[in-house]
Design a protein around this ligand. Structure first.
Ligand code: UTP
Length: 478
């Protein structure tokens, strides 16, 4: 097919939806540029896009929903559950871990715009002493988990077209941080185009490229199917998938108590939550509505509902999502059969684009609509979904914002890591001089208990110290 015939074929696709303008620069493009643009257009589901935009006006009645919402089925930190004790949960989780049927997924396809780092976020050197990357810390936790329970823990990493190559190269350059190559699978999620917020016309990022962005962490389900990762999980006999985001170096990967509660409750999808300290805190609210667990974003939660208290005088909608989940693999398979199970959310964002003359425009105000799927929209479909409360000081420090910008910036995340590891050292009997930075590699110890077995008695730390893999019992490799 020559270039003109190809153009005509593409026009026939675009015309019914009024999107022919994306071929405006076709005649100026190289063969390679034409192929690239044609490929992008052919991958678009224009009918779906049209349908999503038509539904834009029909938004959820959040006030009515919040009115009916109550706290989700939960295991709280400050009270023992009558049916399942913390100890029972821990034992059940450990038993399951020893059977090797847990896999781990890191979602790392986001663009990390707030952080403003020019490589994928997983490469960011967050270690306060070691400058280890987020990926190194997270993968070492997977390695350490496998060692502790004497099993192989397969790791799945979701990237996006923007982060894929650099992520694959980074893992290869670092020998997968100690995981055997056959235990690691890196696959890319899909993309969605951005459209002009006023006209709903597709935006061009380049003369030969649409403005595309990853389709949200909810793109995981489709990407697991498309990449064969879901099949791989079944082949390996995995029953559960531990889900984490790439930005939280404090996450407790495969934590047994969480897994135990999940199994003993018969839950298909469990979520770690933090108790909100402020009714209008900027976290997703995990709630129960009409018997289904779901999330109401803070921006959608009316103040009256946010402030509502129960008989104890505590916030009724208290559970804040920290984006750590456990999925049953059978559940993922079930929802994967219905590709439409996750809706698209529309967000108004600033998206640079080419104007009619081909000049690049950097908007100062949101000019475009982007489309994303959210993984937590699976919650209402899960049987017996539960939440497990955690102490955010110890397990939650997501790197979101640029250096020097306050909460969830590299400085505050590093500080929280230092504080936690100082606490572990003190719990393990060491003395740490005030103001001294310490960092513990997951391969050295996963918690204070393990640390106690590894450090010399009466250790005093008076200068910055990185506790790395043990080279000899009792000798930190500093
Ligand atoms: P965030 O919502 O914090 O987005 O993603 P982000 O891309 O990291 O940062 P901003 O908003 O552009 O500043 C939470 C997690 O979900 C992943 C991210 O990589 C991160 O681990 N994610 C997000 C995806 O894997 N794909 C997406 O399309 C979006």
């Amino acid at each position: 097919m020559n270039a003109n015939e190809k153009k005509q074929q593409l026009l026939d696709r675009l015309k019914p939806y009024g999107q022919e303008h994306v071929l405006r620069f076709w005649d100026q493009l190289s063969d390679e540029g034409r192929q690239r643009l044609a490929r992008q257009i052919e991958q678009l589901d224009l009918a779906q896009l049209d349908a999503i935009l038509r539904c834009e006006q029909v938004s959820e009645d959040w006030a009515a929903l919040a009115q009916r919402a109550c706290g989700p089925p939960a295991f709280r930190l400050d009270r023992e559950d009558e049916r399942i004790s913390r100890q029972q949960a821990r034992q059940r989780g450990e038993q399951e871990l020893r059977t090797g049927c847990l896999g781990v997924v890191i979602v790392a396809g986001g663009q990390g715009t707030r952080l403003g780092f020019d490589a994928p976020k997983g490469l960011f050197p967050i270690g306060p002493v070691s400058e280890a990357s987020l990926f190194q810390i997270l993968v070492e936790k997977v390695v350490a988990l496998g060692r502790r329970y004497g099993v192989r823990v397969p790791l799945y990493v979701m990237t996006s077209p923007a982060t894929h190559r650099a992520t694959v190269d980074f893992f290869a350059d670092h020998d997968c941080f100690g995981l055997p190559g056959e235990s690691v699978r890196i696959f890319s999620q899909g993309t969605m185009p951005a459209v002009d917020a006023r006209t709903h016309r597709l935006l061009l990022a380049e003369k030969d490229s649409l403005a595309l962005s990853p389709d949200g962490h909810g793109g995981l389900v489709a990407a697991l199917v498309r990449s064969g990762a879901l099949e791989d999980m079944q082949r390996r006999g995995l029953k559960h998938l531990f889900y984490m985001q790439v930005d939280n170096p404090l996450v407790e990967v495969g934590e047994p108590t969480f897994l135990g509660y999940h199994i003993l409750s018969g839950s298909e999808l469990s979520t770690q939550v933090k108790a909100k300290t402020d009714p209008e805190e900027k976290v997703g609210n995990v709630v129960s509505v009409d018997g289904h667990v779901r999330i109401i974003e803070y921006s959608d939660l009316p103040a009256e509902a946010a402030c509502r208290c129960d008989a104890r005088g505590e916030l009724e909608l208290w559970a804040g999502n920290i984006a750590v989940h456990l999925f049953d693999v059978d559940f993922l398979n079930r929802v994967a059969d219905d590709p439409e199970s996750l809706p698209f959310h529309l967000a108004r964002k600033k998206v640079p684009y080419l104007d009619e003359q081909g000049r690049r425009v950097e908007p100062s105000e949101p000019n475009a609509i982007k489309f994303e799927r959210f993984i937590f929209d699976l919650l209402p479909m899960a049987q017996q979904a539960i939440v497990v409360e955690v102490d955010p000081r110890r397990v939650f420090a997501p790197l979101k914002n640029a250096p020097g910008s306050g909460q969830w910036s590299p400085e505050t995340v590093r500080q929280q890591m230092i504080e936690l590891h100082t606490e572990w050292l003190r719990e393990a009997g060491a003395t740490v001089d005030p103001g001294v930075a310490v960092e513990i590699s997951p391969l050295f110890a996963l918690d204070a208990e393990q640390l106690r077995e590894r450090i010399p008695a009466k250790l005093r730390v008076c200068q910055p110290m990185y506790f790395a893999e043990v080279t000899g019992r009792g000798k930190p490799n500093v």
